[in-house]
Design a protein around this ligand. Sequence first.
Ligand SMILES: O=C(O)CCC(=O)C(=O)O
Length: 334
Amino acid sequence: MPILGIPLFFEGESLRLSSPVGVSILGIGIRSRLATSCEGSWRPRLYCTASPREVAAANAAIDAHAADIRERRDPELRNARAGSALAGDGESGRRDLGGMLGWPPPHSDPFRSWLAHPRLVPYLNELCGEGYRMDHLPMVILQSKGSEGFKLHGGPVTSAGRFNPTLQYRCVGGQFFNSLLAMSVQLSPHAAGDGGFIVVRGSHKMNFGVPEAFMNGDDFQEHLYQPVTRPGDVVFFSEATVHGAQPWRAEHERRVALYRFAPATSCYGRTYSPQWPKEMLEGLTPSQRAVLEPPYAERLDRPVLVPGAEDPVVRSRNAKKRAFDKEVFGTDYF
Ligand SMILES: O=C(O)CCC(=O)C(=O)O
């Protein structure tokens, strides 16, 4: 189906694992190697649910930190243009919550586990490459009935049609590259028509800027795809895919935990420098800690997660070369 002259290359696809985790990859073509390595079969939608215990623990932790939730009510904080199709009732703003990785245990546990969850590592490795790293601080998004959505954003070209260096997607020789990958853990049900996350499928390959009326959700609404999800489903989407959110229409509160990951050598956020907040680093497993490494190449002793291995693996360079560099530069790494 053509959209603004750009073909939509594929439908949203999801993987049904033999284990109870649903994963949907939107806006990105899928390689059969991934399907094989994850013992699954590809399906057009999500069907599986993750551990209800993890979801319940995450929701309980959010409830315990409800006082820290901030609503975007100020007109300057709004995510959608007033009066547009994505604006909602015009009063209720999206509500945001951060800091989960630094919460005292057990409240941080589920949020930390999703950094390096054995079921998610194969996808993160495939979509960002080995040595994937957490780029942004994760956040919980909450929407109550009538709450505004989020105007469409992202995409590999700006609205002016220029190359957007921070949000790119490539597939070279069958290998994915996503400069920024979003992973959204669903903490509440999203039925058809409820609203929430929307994506323009195939837009990760577009070459033209998206018109303003489309970005505001007023035109071409038939091209906005809202995935139907159950609590515990995990949705991956490239930030190079045009996406946003619809106003929330259901009676129950919408909740998702949104992470952004990047390849080992790509970077958008800056909180990693000079160091992530101290409370975030205390008590992490070695695998979770590896995901918080700053951006640098794998060959410079980067700990990488390998499915099946309990601890991160470091593939060091030749010891003589490392010693030589140290002599030349006086530092461990160039
Ligand atoms: O509400 C959503 O799921 C999408 C949010 C989003 O795209 C963002 O916060 O950048």
